[in-house]
Design a binder for this molecule. Sequence first.
Ligand SMILES: [Zn+2]
Length: 238
Amino acid sequence: MDVKADGLVLRSTDYGENDKMVTLLTAEHGKLSAAVKGVRKAGAKLRFACQPFCFAEYVFAGRCGRFTVTQASLHNGFYDIRNSVEAYYAAAGILEVADALAREELPAPTLLVCAVEALEAIDGGVVAPALARFLFEAASLAGYPVTAEELCPVCGRKIAGRRYFDMASGSFNCADCAVGVPASPSTHALLRKFSGKSVPDEETEGGAVRAVRLLRTYLSYQTDCPFETLAQSADLLG
Ligand SMILES: [Zn+2]
């Protein structure tokens, strides 16, 4: 039976003599692996459908979990991501996190939308804020939401000046309570903005790169995944 699904290529590996095995993130089936036959031959039509970041509508043939891609029509290849090393690593970090969080046969519509939106932004040249927002959303989808409030959850007072981020609870607290690792006001402001709060732009300035670092550490702490590509991306961003 043919199955049709929008998929984002998380990774692909060589397989057999001329084939590839592609791992996709789909809305309906979560993570889905499928063979793409003959795709390593010169002039193969489905070559694009195995490239990392390729977002396409795939048609699969097969049963019992063994699928073969028979057709693909491209939505977006995000080709401009390859024009800068910062963009490339940030985008690869998104695939790394999506790969770690998604499961086979567990629908992942929101994760797919968040990943595609972040890749669109990075493709358009907005790197650190898009990566930070994706990591914020991904943490929430993984069951570890970040709480970024104005009031310290420990003592109840307004957080001012230096602040701390508690990896165990995923929340910011004040310098008097000082639970967790030091965090900057701009990181806190940006994550409050991502939470839907109204925050002036000048308060979030410089917060995106710091937020990427903090959220990578937090996701690694919560999931036990090292997220090495993401760590390299954070280093490249400054
Ligand atoms: Zn406090």
